[in-house]
Design a protein around this ligand. Structure first.
Ligand code: SAM
Length: 287
């Protein structure tokens, strides 16, 4: 089976009397070109193991199965399984697993499927209601993922690739770029989905780094500092940092900022990754 046309999608939904669940972010892709471009962006090769989060009706899944060694699809909605049995059931290099991606240990999942530790790619048209926690789950757990190619709302793509000092720049930008090289591959109009979402989308590629982008002595300190800087975006850096939970006195922060040659009157949201790391490391060294 190739990619699903709008007619086939409507037919499948009708024949199986399937009720689309908005709450699970079910917007099915019905454009073969977009599916091809997603697969090109993932650079799938015959030896690749791929995890797909949310196969839906299976259109992306089938196309990936033609290119990769193995596709492991994780779907939360059991009521899609009879449809998936029809669309991907005959493909012997695809395994379908019923699970909540947010709670999945992906390395374990892959090991169970291929019976050896493997480095794998994640390719997904993500359910939008869990995009940020899911990206963070995939990155923070340091699973053996080499690349993620994911469809997200355009606004999330802008946040993932934002420059310091812009409205979109935030904790998600810093975290994603810490763990990965992030690029927007292409935009996707809302018209290529059934049902049509309210916003446009973009496909983003996250090439997971072997080492984080900056060297950090204590990641807990680093991320606490990043959170503090963005939680109080309107405050000066010195005030935002002095308001952190462990209440390091303002004088100590003044000293750290002086050593880092960072102006205490700047806003936290203007700091780049290197500056966040510098501050965090000085903080770690003095605490
Ligand atoms: N891949 C299909 C496509 O492109 O047409 C469907 C994409 S649809 C945007 C998102 C899919 O993720 C749905 O099939 C939905 O049921 C599934 N899903 C939602 N929440 C999930 C979760 N927590 N874990 C795994 N799958 C989930």
């Amino acid at each position: 089976m190739g990619s699903l046309s709008p007619g086939t999608v409507k037919d499948l939904i009708g024949r199986y009397n399937f009720r689309i669940k908005k709450t699970l972010g079910q917007n099915f892709l019905v454009d073969g070109n977009i599916i091809k471009k997603i697969i090109e962006t993932a650079g799938l090769k015959p030896g690749d193991v791929v995890v797909e989060i949310g196969p839906g009706l299976g259109s992306l899944t089938c196309e990936m199965a033609e290119k990769a060694r193995r596709v492991i699809a994780v779907e939360i909605d059991r009521s899609l399984f009879p449809i998936l049995e029809e669309t991907i059931g005959s493909l012997n290099n695809v395994s379908l697993v019923e699970a909540d991606a947010l709670k999945t240990d992906f390395d374990r999942l892959v090991f169970d499927a291929v019976r050896e530790p493997a480095v794998y790619k994640v390719v997904a048209n993500l359910p939008y209601y869990i995009t940020t926690p899911l990206i963070m789950h995939l990155l923070e757990k340091r699973f053996s993922i080499s690349r993620m190619v994911i469809m997200v709302q355009e606004e999330v793509a802008r946040r993932l690739t934002a420059r310091p000092g812009t409205r979109e720049y935030g904790s998600l930008t810093v975290a994603a770029n810490y763990y990965a090289r992030v690029e927007t591959a292409f935009r996707v109009p809302r018209t290529v989905f059934i049902p049509r979402p309210e916003v446009d989308s973009a496909v983003v590629s996250l090439e997971v780094r072997d080492q984080p982008a900056v060297s950090v002595l204590n990641e807990e300190h680093f991320f606490a500092l990043v959170r503090a800087a963005f939680q109080q975006r309107r405050k000066t850096l010195i005030n935002a940092l002095s308001g952190m939970r462990d209440r390091v006195p303002k004088e100590k922060w003044s000293e750290i900022l002086r050593q880092a040659a960072i102006d205490p009157a700047r806003r936290g949201e203007t700091l780049d990754l290197r500056e966040f790391a510098l501050l965090a490391n000085l903080y770690t060294q003095t605490s």
